[in-house]
Ligand binder design. Structure first.
Ligand SMILES: [Zn+2]
Length: 227
């Protein structure tokens, strides 16, 4: 049987199983969408957000790309982040990397892969920022694993640099932003203990002031910006 026909049949079997277990399962999901988590993970097929966290449909809002990157010009990531933070009002944002990440491995090499080299360049920048620590690690696998961790930590920090996250921190004290690494060898998620819920510890250059709001002056009808 064609692989694509097989997974459609598996979908039917899954629907039947869910309906057997809980008649209202799909009704509840269609009534409300209020996940508590935004997950920014790697596209790697071995790291499915719901399955490895034992969560169900409806519990995690997901964005995935190669090597779980937070790139400030990525409209797809920014749109997901804005919607998750300002409409869904998620309480937690998780950046989850994984050991054995092909994107991280490619960033540590010098081979050309094509268009993706431009994406991977951002990981090379993380390497450059931490090159002293990384180059002190002689074992290549251990050095790659540490780059996986440092990359997650930098992406958590990059989330904190966005106006979306800083405005939410100011207005409602959340969401908390966390950095995790999944181990594909044993399935365990490691918390890198790099959680942030304010810009208190960020470098001053990244701290954003409250936005000035434009206001129409009643007498002149002109728009001015008030500080
Ligand atoms: Zn990966």
């Amino acid at each position: 049987m064609d692989a694509y026909k097989k997974i459609l049949l598996q979908n039917k079997a899954w629907v039947e199983q869910k309906n057997r277990e809980d008649k209202l399962f799909f009704k509840r999901l269609s009534d409300v969408h209020k996940p508590e988590f935004l997950w920014i993970g790697c596209s790697d097929s071995r790291v499915p957000a719901n399955e490895i966290t034992g969560t169900l449909p409806g519990e995690i809002f997901v964005h995935r790309n190669i090597a779980n990157m937070v790139i400030h010009t990525d409209m797809s990531m920014l749109s997901v982040l804005d919607y998750a933070v300002n409409v869904l009002e998620v309480r937690n944002v998780v950046v989850c990397g994984h050991y054995g990440c092909g994107g991280i491995g490619a960033a540590m090499a010098n081979k050309q892969f094509g268009l993706i080299d431009n994406w991977i360049r951002h990981i090379k920048d993380v390497y450059r920022m931490h090159h002293e620590e990384l180059e002190a690690i002689t074992d290549r696998k251990s050095r790659e694993n540490r780059l996986v961790e440092l990359n997650v930590i930098e992406q958590v920090y990059d989330l904190g640099k966005t106006s979306i996250i800083q405005n939410a921190w100011r207005e409602r004290g959340g969401p908390a932003v966390h950095g995790w690494v999944y181990d594909i060898d044993n399935g365990i998620i490691k918390d890198l203990k790099t959680s942030m819920n304010s810009n208190r510890d960020m470098a001053t250059i990244y701290k954003l002031e409250e936005k000035s709001l434009p206001r129409v002056t009643a007498s002149t009808g002109k728009t001015s910006v008030l500080n």
